[in-house]
Write a protein that binds this ligand. Sequence first.
Ligand code: MRU
Length: 352
Amino acid sequence: MSLHIDYDRYDRIRPIDWQGDHLRLLDQRRLPFEMSYLRCDSAAEVALAIRELVVRGAPAIGIAAAWGVVLAGQGIESADGAEAERRLAPQLEALNASRPTAVNLMWAIRRMRGALRAAGADWLAVIAAEAAAIAREDLAANRHMGRLGAALIAPGSGVLTHCNTGSLATAGFGTALGVIRAGVAEGRIARVYAGETRPWGQGARLTAWELQQDGIPPTLIADSAAAHLMKTGAVQWLIVGADRICANGDTANKIGTYAHAIAAKHHGVKVMVVAPASTVDMATPQGEAIEIELREARELLYAGGQRVVAEGVAAWNPVFDVTPAGLIDVIVTEKGLIERPDEARMRAVFAS
Ligand code: MRU
């Protein structure tokens, strides 16, 4: 099968735009009807933008936080990197705590601190280069994973994806959406279904729009239609991203992924998780140890700023869940495929 992917046609959106002395973030709260950018001049502004989902998606959160470290550095004078790291510690810890589940955030902050500690008098230039490298490596990983994942899909297949894992969630091209882009480009994927991803609507507002920009027509479904869709035989793969993959292959991703994976198992639909090595957390043994972010009830009680639930009703809003490794057919990373993941197979690729 020919393997030419026209990256200019597929993948034109960039959510994170470093301007040399400040950061511009495409405000994902306003998509798809408004393309506006939020300017950040400080680490605190980046932390708030992460918390409020201006920028979201595990790899994108990590990249934005890395630029947040550079912004923090611009605010101080210091003789060397080690001293700068000590002085910046409170700001870096605040960035680190801006969201709890996506491990790419902690990974990026750790990597930036390491670069800072090792740097001399030119520490500010060193950390700016490190942040740029994190973004560059993410884009390269996504393009590579796109090809690896697409190669597993038989021509003419239908796929279902959940949440948004595209250019909007990464440095570009996307993880699960990168596989879908590559699979469509190669003629393997004939039908793309996107779950709306209640309550925040990442699938409805972001993925459907992003695919449309590429000329890939998405079919939107209610999250609760997934099992019924699978029963019709229209989809052969469930393809999702990840916020944290544990040492045993258990995978945290957007709430609803677990239910989709259970339904997939029941219907013989294969499950593919696509994520870069920065999402793998070998220090967390299994899914029970992952902190699941709980967000405001308001996200459930309101739609488009309008209250849609009777006053006085309580709501519980966990925004991630854990899919056990046993429900996953393959994890695709830029370091290779892990089929039927378990701890031994994870360790073979990601020695701790
Ligand atoms: O709450 P979000 O929108 O940040 O959640 C995003 C997801 O769950 C994605 O599936 C995951 O981060 C992978 S993005 C490449």
